[in-house]
Design a protein around this ligand. Sequence first.
Ligand SMILES: [Zn+2]
Length: 83
Amino acid sequence: MTGSHNKTLAEKSIKGRTTGQFRCLYCFERVIPPKNATEYTCTKCGYAWRIWWFSPNEPRIRGPVWEKHEKLSREKMAEKGGA
Ligand SMILES: [Zn+2]
């Protein structure tokens, strides 16, 4: 029996799974939202996403959270002096 080998393989297969993660469509960073969260802001790029749960361990992106991005772009436009 080579117990240590088996352990290494088991650890690898667990690491390979991406349960509870989704990939930010803006910066492609893998992020882990809290369980059953309906919104999540990417920790890398700050983009806010709406989330739905395909299964208890599989979050999926529904789309961006427009209110937050509209507010951000309005603020940016204001800085530039509007239309
Ligand atoms: Zn991101």
